[in-house]
Ligand binder design. Structure first.
Ligand SMILES: Cc1cc2nc3c(=O)[nH]c(=O)nc-3n(C[C@H](O)[C@H](O)[C@H](O)COP(=O)(O)OP(=O)(O)OC[C@H]3O[C@@H](n4cnc5c(N)ncnc54)[C@H](O)[C@@H]3O)c2cc1C
Length: 473
């Protein structure tokens, strides 16, 4: 019997367990999770007959991996798209909500008129857009996303529009984020046409996607909250033993390519190990790795985050909430980075008719968690009054603190990851994965888990179950 240890019970670890069980019957799996619950960054508060997500609220249907997994664990009838009546978000700038001009794709204008007529940009800001037709082709090596976009479009559109749109996904600083590791197609557009505007326009539109059509939306969620996805994946695991509240302390090589995994309460020897913990944890629990490998893992930076979820009497919301919410540029003087109007964005069935919103805090380099909960709540209420004129007290409020919540792909990230992979090569049957490489989005996590399981199975010479895996290519 082959025994595999999976370290970390977030979406990466859980989907790895799912594919191992489904495709390679006969493998025994032990899954170690430090927390008392599975899910990692995925947390849903369903108390008070509301759905308030403490981490992600949805995933891309254009990347099929997670939609497929949800359907396979029986969640198909519970997948929902965003409210079709509500499209796009506002930008909050100088005490006003501005529409994001039509045609902005990954921070780059692909239509001239909407951006040239947008009141969000000054005449100087609009004139600076012409730089895109004049600048020389830049270096094809890695550079910061901010440097790249500023060179093409000037500072104003980057600070007011592109940065809040793009850095929001990573809670990152656009002037430190790696272009190649985050939005490499922008570099391709430049290399293709010199002008990023023209290069982006020439990009082929994506083929119609079956899941986007099925759920009528690019973003998909679960009608009972995303934690239900974790529950259902776990329910479908019949050969996995869960060790919750069990932080792995050390993993060490044993003889014959086997691995010893130890925690304070449980230890075992395994034929293979997949580590899906955050990079700084992996550096600690893999002490035998070379200094260089541990150094790379340890120095992948993470941003501290906080999410404040609150529910109000709808009568207490004095402004129009006809979009998914608003983004807040860094130079606005506010700490909040974005607010999602949950009740506008999603029509969750069977929830109380309160108006739910979520405010996001934490920019890379800012120590937002120095605020205790009371200070964060005061900040939230002050900033909600400034941005939405909400004076009333919420009927329910919850603070989610997420220390080292989001890995940062800073300039040079891909080179460091390539070095790390070379350092890991000699260790057969040991696999190190996680959101610090291959994309932070949940579908990216599932894709990485599936691929890693395939590599593991090859190394262990496991036989694939043809019948159960026939839906996968
Ligand atoms: C606020 C926020 C909003 C987001 N929004 C979206 C979104 O809308 N859409 C989207 O697709 N993605 C979103 N993401 C990103 C996405 O949620 C994460 O990238 C993804 O959930 C990470 O999954 P993971 O399993 O790789 O890591 P994690 O979820 O971090 O799981 C790692 C697990 O390892 C455990 N662990 C740590 N140390 C040990 C140890 N020593 N032993 C055993 N276990 C250990 C942890 O407790 C954790 O459960 C968001 C993230 C955040 C923080």
């Amino acid at each position: 019997m082959i025994r595999v240890a999976l370290i970390g019970g977030g979406i990466t670890g859980l989907s790895a367990a799912y594919y191992l069980e489904r495709d390679y019957p006969g493998v025994e799996i032990d899954l170690f999770e430090a927390d008392k619950e599975l899910g990692g960054r995925i947390r849903t508060d369903t108390s008070h007959n509301l759905i308030i997500e403490g981490g992600p609220d949805s995933f891309l249907a254009t990347k099929p991996e997670l939609v497929e997994l949800c359907e396979q664990v029986g969640l198909g009838p519970h997948l929902i798209g965003t409210n079709p009546q509500v499209r796009g978000a506002y930008i909050f700038w100088k005490n006003q909500h501005y529409q994001i001009p039509e045609g902005i794709q990954t921070g780059v204008p692909t239509k001239a008129k909407p951006v040239l007529t947008s009141p969000l940009l000054s005449v100087a800001g609009k004139t600076a857009l012409l730089k895109d037709f004049l600048v020389r082709k830049g270096p094809d090596g890695d550079q910061s996303l901010g440097y790249f976009l500023r060179r093409h479009f000037g500072n104003e559109i980057v600070d007011r529009l592109a940065a809040p749109m793009l850095s929001g996904i990573f809670a990152g600083d656009i002037d430190q984020m790696s272009l190649k590791a985050t939005f490499p197609h922008l570099l391709t557009a430049e290399q293709r046409a010199r002008s990023v505007y023209l290069g982006s326009k020439r990009r082929k539109p994506p083929a119609p996607n079956v899941f986007v059509q099925r759920y009528h939306s690019v973003f998909v969620s679960v009608d009972r909250g995303l934690q239900e996805m974790i529950v259902q994946i776990a329910k479908n695991l019949h050969h996995t033993r869960f060790f919750l509240s069990t932080a792995v302390e050390r993993i060490e090589p044993e003889t014959e390519g086997r691995w010893a995994v130890s925690s304070s309460s449980h230890s075992g020897v395994y034929d293979a190990v997949l580590v899906t913990t955050p990079a700084y944890v992996s550096a600690r629990i893999l002490p035998f790795l070379s200094l260089q490998a541990r150094d790379i893992l340890q120095h992948i930076p993470y941003a501290d985050l906080a999410v404040v979820g609150a529910a109000y009497d709808p009568a207490d919301i004095p402004i129009k909430t006809d979009k998914t919410g608003f983004l807040v540029p860094k130079h606005s003087g506010l700490h909040m980075t974005a607010v999602t109007w949950v009740s506008s964005k999603w029509h969750y069935p069977h929830v109380d008719p309160l108006f739910v919103l979520r405010a996001f805090y934490g920019r890379f380099g800012e120590n937002i968690l120095e605020y205790d909960d009371d200070a964060l709540i005061s900040l939230f209420r002050k900033e909600l009054e400034q941005t939405m004129y909400v004076k009333a007290s919420p009927k329910y409020l919850r603070v989610f603190r997420i220390p080292q919540g989001m890995p940062q792909y800073v300039v040079g990230h891909l080179d460091r990851i390539a070095k790390l992979e070379r350092e890991l090569e000699p260790f057969r049957h040991l696999f190190v994965a996680g959101a610090f490489e291959g994309g932070v989005g949940m579908p990216d996590r599932v894709k990485q888990a599936r691929k890693t399981v395939q590599r593991m199975a090859q190394e262990l010479e496991l036989t694939r179950s043809e019948v159960r895996s026939e839906t996968f290519t």
